[in-house]
Design a protein around this ligand. Structure first.
Ligand code: 16G
Length: 245
């Protein structure tokens, strides 16, 4: 652990600079998961910042999940998340995917309600002029680790009561006979902005996977238009390929 780990202070309040310098040292691998951070007093001496500033910067990194504090033994770089391999060929739900692995599912709701649709929702869902849209936005976690932010839009005719979805959306749809049977999914690379990174407990700018899913009923009616951001450090998407006929 060297002072060079804290090169280039950048701009902003001092504690934000410290936050950024430590976050960058973690992102670049100069600080490794499990590394012990020097005590507050030493960090202050190393960086030339006051102990109050150091404490604020470290607290912000603990809050965003990049550092962990263990009483009595100090502050550590958070352990790397276990990677999950996710098959791409089956139309499954997050709850089912985690259940199959014997993992717990937690969802933190960001928003849930009926709205006037945005133009891209009108397009994706094939809505009419007066149709409303049900929006469900949540951070999806498993065994305490946030893995993805999902923002689902459904026609209100399919989901008139978004507040009624407590856990699994697909379980609610299944019970009503409107579970999708087909979907088109698009995956692209993204760097996570500050807010999304914070929700996922990773440094701002960390690698993410943007996934868009449009799913359909057998009739061809669109059920959901879901935009998700998955943690790039947590997911491997796998698909089986067959020889072209
Ligand atoms: C998956 C789907 C999402 C769907 C959700 C339902 C992807 C990228 N997304 O996460 O489109 O809305 O499952 O999950 O696979 P739930 O039934 O657990 O609420």
């Amino acid at each position: 652990f060297t002072p060079e780990a804290f090169a280039d202070p950048g701009a902003g309040p001092l504690y934000v600079q410290l936050h950024r310098r430590i976050a960058e040292a973690i992102a670049s691998g100069r600080l490794q998961p499990g590394d012990n951070l020097p005590p507050e007093r030493e960090l202050a001496a190393l960086t030339g910042l006051s102990r109050v500033t150091v404490r604020k910067g470290v607290e912000a990194l603990v809050a965003s999940g990049q550092l962990v504090q263990r009483r009595g033994s100090g502050t550590f770089v958070a352990p790397r998340v276990e990677r999950l391999e996710q098959a791409l060929s089956l139309l499954t739900s997050f709850t089912e995917d985690m259940g199959r692995r014997g993992r717990r599912v937690e969802s933190r709701w960001l928003a849930r309600g009926l709205h006037a649709p945005a133009p891209e929702e009108v397009m994706a869902l094939g809505l009419g002029a007066n149709d409303r849209v049900a929006r469900l936005a949540r951070v999806r976690s498993s065994d305490g680790t946030p893995l993805a932010i999902e923002r689902a839009s459904l026609p209100a005719s399919i989901l008139p009561d978004p507040e009624g979805v407590e856990a699994s959306l697909y379980a609610v749809l299944e019970a009503r006979g409107t579970r999708p049977v087909r979907a088109v999914q698009r995956i692209s690379a993204a760097n996570l902005g500050a807010r999304d990174a914070d929700l996922l407990g990773v440094p701002p700018g960390a690698a993410g996977l943007r996934i868009e899913r449009v799913s359909y009923l057998p009739s061809g009616q669109v059920v959901e238009f879901t935009r998700s951001l998955y943690r790039g450090d947590a997911y491997d998407f796998a698909v089986e390929l067959k020889l072209a006929p």
